[in-house]
Design a protein around this ligand. Structure first.
Ligand SMILES: [Zn+2]
Length: 170
């Protein structure tokens, strides 16, 4: 095990590395960070002092995965760390990992945040009510299974007639 003398520095450095990685915005929805979405699992310094960032992609086919990894790598390097990116696919990411702050940011951006828990699977098939991010009405209808990206379904609110995206990745 490492000696204790440098442990405070180590904690401070580790925190700096985490902050640098955590502030990376999602390439598809720039109002939320990789930390808000729960994609960033951890950042730890290894024995060689490299910053090892563990990332879990929202889903394996998501084209944003590589972009996110490159962005986190660049952010760590810019903060003075030698980055190591590890893709962790188990346990699989779920929308439950999106932080409360991340959900709020999505709503403000006009994207209905995912229904949490087991309901998210129902939401994917349009079998649960999705609240309008603009007026809060649950009287909404799914227009298309795919919104502006494959991660989102396109909905329209029957109350205020506004179209919106529902973040459906599970
Ligand atoms: Zn509405």
């Amino acid at each position: 095990m490492a000696d204790q003398s440098g442990s405070l520095d180590r904690i401070r450095l580790q925190r700096a590395a985490f902050e640098a990685a955590a502030n990376v915005p999602d390439p598809e929805i720039p109002v939320v960070t990789v930390n808000d979405l729960g994609i960033l699992r951890s950042v730890e310094l290894d024995t060689a002092g490299r910053a090892v960032a563990k990332l879990t992609p929202t889903y394996s086919g998501c084209p944003a995965v590589v972009a996110i990894e490159l962005a986190v790598e660049a952010a760590l390097r810019e903060a003075g760390f030698e980055p190591v990116i590890e893709r962790v696919i188990s346990p699989a990411w779920t929308t439950d990992w999106i932080t409360p702050e991340g959900r709020e940011k999505l709503r403000e951006y006009g994207i209905a945040p995912p229904v949490s828990g087991s309901n998210s699977k129902l939401a994917l098939f349009g079998e649960t009510s999705v609240s309008c991010p603009k007026c809060g009405s649950s009287d909404t209808e799914r227009v298309s299974e795919f919104g502006s990206t494959p991660c989102k379904a396109h909905y329209r609110c029957s109350a205020c007639r506004e179209p919106f995206d529902y973040f459906k990745c599970i």
